[in-house]
Structure formats: structure tokens, C-alpha cells
Ligand binder design. Structure first.
Ligand code: HEC
Ligand code: HEC
Length: 486
């Protein structure tokens, strides 16, 4: 019992309550950075040797502490261990009975000290958030394995010679949790690059390589995935999702972790089996999400059926029903708000217009139309939509802007990320991404592939404007309360 208490106490102390709103701290002076390593971790608990070595292995502060403590529990994190976030707690349930920290997912096979957990941490919804990344920077002077120039810095040739230079060179990672994905424009595609602005020490006009900045997708709840990666590039016709994940694990080790050889099949299988056994969801927000008949939390999710196309033609518009019990029998204002938000998500109708990727580009639907996997919210078939994230008008100035021209019609379009079109070379795929799985969404601000929405209020604000939805203030607040409870 005391071991558990110690473990839990350390966890809480180290994780802090990460805000949903990531804010880039002002650039620290070199002196401040140099002094910083003693701050965040030592402030809560003396660093034991176990902690220090776990930190080296796992690279993540909060997670390192959890890992070090769990060393005493046999290299595992117990199922349903609550990890705090700004809105309450989220937890992971593994069908294996516990999170096995000895799995290859947590091992370094590459040359730059990274493991999968460097960017997919159990304490932050199996992705990473800016608050945690900034605290890793301060603790290690920007030398933690997450800070590597192959994909962590704004560009490959960035100056990382001093702490202050590193703070500048990793600014997109520090402020928005974005990694740099570099891809050549498909040469046989339907478009060509005609202009590029806001790029970081790269000349895409000469080498046709685009720098795209993307948030790590969570490596959990993968049972409900129809296409792997924001642009589906690891999936291909004829590959099952498990095969795509196996390919992805290898590519991640060779790419992100700079491994010098391909990952043996047995190791890929071990990783895929591990990540597909994980289910992560919020367990408490305005209310305990499994109380009074509600079916929130990850345990119920593990029992949900999924197959590709499970809710496709015809789409059942009632996508979420886990909070049905609170519709009529709410025992608190929080329960009532969450249940009302679920109804808004399922039933609030608006005109979905100009979304390339939708069969019809002008029809009436709801949030559930594109987030249609029952009680999960991913899209149940491998399709991609352009809802306008990263368009020339909505792009933030820290992002590149690429203008491409249709080789046949001569039409041009400017976006910060071409999305699915980088995989297919198709003009119509420009700006298309996969609709996100919405479970445990409170754990992973900022939102969208480019981290452009700092909070769930911002996400709802984006949709409200984009589709002219006309939410009442109460509908907006209820929808946010619901999303935070997933
Ligand atoms: C340097 C950070 C980093 C490391 C290390 C890393 N990933 Fe990722 N991961 C990302 C990013 C960024 C994406 C999204 C990229 C995209 O879609 O273009 C991603 C996407 C994924 C996805 C796709 C999920 C989905 O819904 O499609 C899976 C699965 C995944 N990673 C697993 C792994 C595994 C397994 C490892 C270790 C072998 C690993 N990652 C190592 C950053 C990382
Ligand atoms: C036309 C299809 C469509 C509709 C309608 C839609 N979404 Fe989305 N949603 C997407 C796509 C595509 C993405 C990923 C976009 C990107 O990052 O470029 C996304 C992403 C999100 C995310 C970000 C999750 C993350 O991990 O960053 C949230 C939250 C979200 N949607 C909630 C909603 C809500 C709430 C509504 C209703 C108001 C809604 N969506 C309506 C297609 C849609």
C-alpha cells in the first residue's frame, strides 16, 4: 500500500496539472537555462539513481519518475493509473493487465537515445505536450533525446551549439509540440511547387523537399484506426492495419530514432502487440466518468467492437451514447452538462460545405458525420478530409506556406501542409488529413495536425466559424465539457 502511495504521490507531483493552453515561456537567458536542471524535478523529490537512469532511458520527466517508481513495482505501470491533466485525470487500460515497461516500445534501438516513449509518453496521452517538452528542455539544457535535429528542430541545419540557440532552434517543438516531417513532392503528381515562404533553412524550390510540421498522433486506441498517420502514408491497399503499424514501427525506429538497421520482425510484432493492447480515456473531469450508469473511461472502450466501415453506409448519426444514463438522471450539474454536450455532438446540424474529401461537398451533417466510429470518434474508413487547417488564410506565421500549381489546369493553391496529396500526388488530396480519434483528447492540446488550436474551446470556435454553426453559448460550453470527458 505504501509503495502505491509513494508511486502515486511522485506521479502527481511530477506531472503537475498541464494546462490545456500551451504557452511558450519567454526565451530563458543562458544563465537561467544553465541553472534550470535543478528546478522541476528536484523541487518535488530528490532524484534517486533509479530516477536518473530511467530518465535517460525514457527521456520524459513525468514518465521517468513514474517509470523509476514502478521499477519497484516490477517494471510496469498498473492498469488504470490516473495521470493528471488540466481537466481531471486520464488513464490507460491494457488488455495485457498492465503497461509493460520492458516492452521494446521503451527501448532504444537507434543511435540518438530515443525510444518510442520519447514522443509517445504514457503520462501525456501517449503523445507529448508543450508543457512537458519545455520542462524537459529546462532540466537537460535542451539535450534530452527529444531535442534532435533530424526531426525535432525547425530545420536540419539549425544551430544547436548553446542552450539559447537550442531554445530558438526547437521553437516549434517547444511551443506547439510539432515535429518536422520532410517529404519530397511526388514527381509524377498532378501539381508542382511554384512558391515557398516561411521555410526554415531549406530551399524547397531547388530540392522539392517540403518541411511539414505535425503533432505526434497518440500511440493508443489504435484498435479504432482505419489509416495510419495523419496522411495515411503507412497504410496501403492490401495491407491490414496491423501490417501498416508494423511498417510504421520500423520506419519510426529508422527515422525518428535513427537506427542503423531495420527492426527485426519479432521486435516490430512486440511493439504492435503492445500498442494495440492500449486503451486510453479520461476517467474524471467535471464528474467521475464511470459513475451512475455512465460508460466513460478506457475499460469499456476496450470492449467496443470495431471493423473498417463499422459506421459508414448508412451512417448512424448517434455516434456517442456512453453518457446516456445522465440525460435523464443526472446527479450533478457536471453530469448534466456532459450529457447535453454528447447530444450537441450527435445532433447539432450544420451545413458541411466545401470540404474536399466528402462525397458531396454541400450537405447537412454534424460533428458525428466525420467522427463516426461509435463511442470513439475516429473515421471508420480510411478517408481524408480538408477542413481548412493550414490554409493560406488560417495559417499562423511560424508555419511555412507552399504554393502549388495544377499541371493541367494551371490553378494554384497555397497551404502549410499538403497532407494526403504528398502520398498520392493527387490535386484533390491537397490539405486532406484523417479525422482524429477523440478519446482522451483532453490529454493532448494543442490540437489539429499543426497544433493550431490551443484548447478545445478553440477547436469548437474553429468549427463554429468554419461551418457557421451558430452554437448558443450553452451548447458551446456543453460540447467542450463533453469533449473533455472522452
Ligand atoms: C521524434 C518523435 C517520435 C518518435 C521517437 C516516435 N514517434 Fe510515432 N509519431 C510521431 C509523429 C510526429 C507522428 C505523426 C506523423 C504524421 O502523421 O505525419 C507519429 C505517429 C505515430 C503513429 C500513428 C498513429 C495513428 O493514429 O495513425 C504510431 C502508431 C506511432 N507514431 C508509433 C510509434 C512507435 C511504435 C515508435 C517507436 C518505434 C514511435 N512512434 C516513435 C513522433 C514520434
Ligand atoms: C467534414 C469533416 C469534419 C467535421 C464535420 C468535424 N470534424 Fe473534427 N476533424 C476532422 C478532421 C479531418 C480533423 C483533423 C484535421 C487536421 O488536423 O488537419 C479533425 C480534428 C478534430 C479535433 C482535433 C483532435 C486532435 O487530436 O488534435 C477535434 C477535437 C475535433 N475534430 C472535434 C470536432 C467537433 C467537436 C466537431 C463538430 C463541431 C467536428 N470535429 C466536426 C473532420 C471533421
Amino acid at each position: 500500500m505504501s509503495k502505491h502511495l509513494l508511486y502515486f504521490g511522485l506521479l502527481l507531483a511530477s506531472c503537475g496539472r498541464h494546462g490545456e493552453t500551451p504557452q511558450m515561456a519567454a526565451e530563458p537567458s543562458v544563465g537561467a537555462v544553465a541553472a534550470a536542471p535543478t528546478l522541476p524535478v528536484n523541487a518535488v523529490a530528490p532524484i534517486s539513481e533509479a530516477t536518473a537512469s530511467a530518465q535517460e532511458n525514457f527521456g520524459n520527466s513525468s514518465f521517468a519518475i513514474a517509470a523509476a517508481s514502478s521499477a519497484r513495482l516490477g517494471q510496469r505501470i498498473p492498469n488504470m493509473t490516473p495521470f493528471p491533466n488540466s481537466r481531471g485525470y486520464a488513464a490507460t487500460y491494457s488488455t495485457k493487465g498492465f503497461i509493460d515497461l520492458e516492452n521494446a516500445f521503451f527501448k532504444s534501438f537507434g543511435t540518438n537515445g530515443r525510444t518510442c516513449a520519447t514522443c509517445h509518453s504514457p503520462s501525456t496521452g501517449w503523445t507529448v505536450n508543450p508543457a512537458d517538452i519545455q520542462s524537459r528542455f529546462l532540466r537537460t539544457n535542451g539535450l534530452d533525446p527529444i531535442f534532435r535535429t533530424n526531426d525535432g528542430s525547425n530545420c536540419a541545419k539549425a544551430d544547436v551549439s548553446t542552450p539559447a540557440a537550442r531554445w530558438r532552434s526547437y521553437s516549434l517543438l517547444l511551443s506547439k509540440g510539432l515535429f518536422r516531417v520532410e517529404m519530397p513532392i511526388p514527381t509524377d503528381g498532378e501539381f508542382e511547387l511554384v512558391a515557398a515562404t516561411g521555410v526554415y533553412c531549406n530551399n524547397p524550390m531547388a530540392n522539392s523537399v517540403l518541411q511539414l510540421f505535425r503533432r505526434p498522433l497518440p500511440s493508443t486506441n489504435l484498435k479504432f484506426t482505419a489509416a495510419v498517420m495523419w496522411d495515411g502514408r503507412e497504410s496501403a491497399p492490401g495491407l491490414t492495419v496491423a501490417q501498416a503499424l508494423s511498417k510504421q514501427a520500423n520506419d519510426a525506429m529508422v527515422g525518428h530514432a535513427q537506427a542503423l538497421s531495420q527492426l527485426p520482425q519479432a521486435t516490430r510484432d512486440e511493439i504492435v502487440e503492445f500498442e494495440t493492447s492500449l486503451f486510453t480515456a479520461q476517467v474524471s473531469s467535471l464528474a467521475n466518468l464511470v459513475a451512475d450508469g455512465a460508460r466513460g473511461g478506457p475499460q469499456v472502450m476496450a470492449t467496443l467492437p470495431f471493423s473498417i466501415g463499422i459506421n459508414d453506409t448508412p451512417i448512424n448519426p448517434v455516434v456517442f451514447d456512453i453518457f446516456d444514463a445522465w440525460k435523464t438522471r443526472a446527479r450533478s450539474a457536471g453530469q448534466a452538462a456532459i450529457a447535453r454536450g454528447q447530444t450537441v455532438f450527435n445532433t447539432k446540424k450544420f451545413r458541411i460545405v466545401g470540404v474536399s474529401g466528402q462525397d458531396s461537398q454541400d450537405f447537412v451533417g454534424s460533428c458525428a458525420t466525420c467522427h463516426n466510429t461509435p463511442n470513439v470518434g475516429s473515421y471508420s474508413v480510411p478517408e481524408f478530409f480538408n477542413i481548412g487547417i493550414g490554409s493560406a488564410t488560417s495559417r499562423t506565421l511560424d508555419m511555412p506556406l507552399y504554393t502549388v500549381k495544377n499541371k493541367v489546369t494551371g490553378a494554384t493553391v497555397a497551404v502549410s501542409d499538403l497532407g494526403r496529396a504528398m502520398v498520392t500526388g493527387k490535386w484533390e488530396d491537397i490539405g486532406r488529413f484523417k479525422p482524429s480519434n477523440l478519446r482522451a483528447v483532453a490529454t493532448r492540446a494543442p490540437y489539429f495536425h499543426d497544433g493550431s488550436a490551443t484548447s478545445l474551446e478553440d477547436v469548437v470556435g474553429f468549427y463554429s466559424k468554419r461551418f457557421n454553426i451558430g452554437f448558443t453559448p450553452m451548447e458551446r460550453a456543453d460540447l467542450v465539457a463533453f469533449l473533455r470527458s472522452l
